[in-house]
Design a protein around this ligand. Sequence first.
Ligand code: NAD
Ligand code: MG
Length: 381
Amino acid sequence: MKKISLLGATGSIGQQTLDVIKCHPDQFQLVAMSFGSNLELGRKAISNFSPSLVAVNDFNAYSQLKEEFQNITFTYGAEGLIEAAVISEAEIVVNAVVGSVGLLPTLKAIECKKTIALANKETLVTAGHLVTEHARIYGVDLLPVDSEHSAIFQCLQGENPKSLERLIVTASGGSFRDRKREELADVTVDEALNHPNWSMGAKITIDSATMMNKGLEVIEAHWLFDLPYEKIEVLLHKESIIHSMAEFHDRSVIAQLGSPDMRVPIQYALSYPERLPLSSTKQLNLWEVGKLHFEKADFERYRCLQFAYDSGKIGGTMPTVLNAANEEAVGAFLKGQIAFLQIEDLIDKALTKHSVISSPDLHIIQEVDKETRQFVQTLYS
Ligand code: NAD
Ligand code: MG
């Protein structure tokens, strides 16, 4: 029985993680969970899984739940999130919160020698060097939940990582893949939230539309698989059937395929190195799909992809700025405060203004994250 702490239980990944846990009650047990403010979903998860510790970000939700469930321990705020991440009973921490708020709990969980199932890509973008070094020092596995990285991780099983030549990260193209750049000026929030292949949280759906999601994933892949950016490519593949590929020195390419369903990579991270059945997932019949399409990624059409490669290559605090500026800009777009194409402009301005600091420690990362958010806010408010 693997004991799990789930950070971000009410989100898209969080809910699908609960689904996986529910499918295998003899394999997995939820011992702790956290969530932001969705009281209804939080309450339901507590009733269904009876974790011993629940961390709630919102104080009012915390106070209410504490009255309702008297035999469960509740904590709240940023410290509560860390308490859930380090709880002694858990062996695995699934980090499914959104944003760089996931960084500190990940580092603390690593220090407590928890295996990390990482959906929260912003953690690796904002401070990939700290997280991977921490994992190495404490001898902890960082298991990818992101479907592309899970695909690559699966392709690498049994291979010598030294014979890896190139990673090919596939991209659906997001909500606006069939529109020209000129047609993006006045798209609405609702249109942007309508992803053709995946149902996900709001922030990552917007990131998919700007292609920043793929940019963040390139940086994530750089840290997880220790390859230079020149050897990580993005390939447009609108069907989302090939979840990514690994090319080896002998030019052999291994791909992982499947119907798009995040429960597959989530479950693989939880069951690794074993595989468990997942009968509720649609079987892949390629005759039903018919054709698979591929296109070269266009860096002018998707400026965020260029920003991500540039920031990743510069390194130091640049990816921290990229991530923080993106989080702020996407937040502003979702609130209707800026237009879609302004997301790119605000990120561009934040990157241009920043003087990079190399090998930043946690304190510097946190300061740069905060300053960048404040700077971006001055640009639109
Ligand atoms: P979501 O918005 O649906 O859920 C986020 C969760 O984090 C919620 O439970 C929310 O309550 C919680 N949360 C938000 N802010 C918090 C805070 N300050 N403190 C504590 N908890 C907080 O997001 P999602 O789509 O599930 O994505 C989660 C992460 O997984 C993101 O990093 C995303 O990029 C990554 N990811 C998601 C998908 C997907 O299919 N949704 C796929 C790959 C990777
Ligand atoms: Mg992904």
